[in-house]
Design a protein around this ligand. Sequence first.
Ligand SMILES: Nc1ncnc2c1ncn2[C@@H]1O[C@H](COP(=O)(O)OP(=O)(O)OP(=O)(O)O)[C@@H](O)[C@H]1O
Length: 260
Amino acid sequence: MSLRIERLTCRIGRTEILPGVTGLHARPGELTALIGPNGAGKSTLLKAIAGIERAEGEATLDTHSLIALSLEARAERLYYLPQELGSQAVLSVFEAVLLARRTRVHEPSSAALVQVRDMLRTLELEPLAERELAKLSGGQRQRVAIAQAVIREPRLLLLDEPTSALDLHHQLQVLDWLERLAAERDMIVVIAIHDLSLAARFARHFWVLKEGRTVACGEPTEVLTQACLRDVYAIEARVEWPANEPPRITPLAATRRLGG
Ligand SMILES: Nc1ncnc2c1ncn2[C@@H]1O[C@H](COP(=O)(O)OP(=O)(O)OP(=O)(O)O)[C@@H](O)[C@H]1O
């Protein structure tokens, strides 16, 4: 059982944003990294899977065709965390995480409060529990948004650049936690991400997009090659897979210079 994408197309207005995303799959229990340059269509693909942008083609989660499902029915199975986070709601961190939680009939409310407290403790957000969302820093807001996503316990978690505002400590902490959580809950997690070294360290599987099309889908060592990075990102890069250290993808130079 997994997530499969075949012949997915998406147009917004008259523009074909995703002319052909095909041959992608993601397995439960591990992180899948969605990579590609600016404008490649990563956010649009995640929105199309979530049902926020209308798409045609196949997106199959386990045995269900997501494209045929209503937004509400998709929301039962997946959670999409957007790149841009709203922070206008006059809610505290605790209230925001509590409201994000899936309501369970016949469950005592004390269980919900305990679950929220545990989630805040796990993400080291307890000291911020009573602070308003609008008064958080960018990185704090992003960690609360991750708590809101995970507490829903979705089968499929789609995260659009979830670590973009985090400092190095929290990037490592959050991705390590998400990797373990995916395995523990047998959850499918797809993460759009720009930091290739971080992605190579935590994701077991990669989707590569360019100009709204699939370039590759596979294991990190198959996908993250010098040739692929030259083709997709127009960079020269050093790619190293040391035995006892995390992988290192070092960008060396852009193949085109601004200003000629
Ligand atoms: N609502 C829209 N209307 C028209 N074009 C759009 C719209 N949303 C996105 N696009 C275009 O679709 C293309 C893909 O955008 P998308 O945001 O999916 O890329 P991305 O890979 O997530 O990029 P980034 O790495 O910069 O976040 C871009 O060329 C963008 O300008």
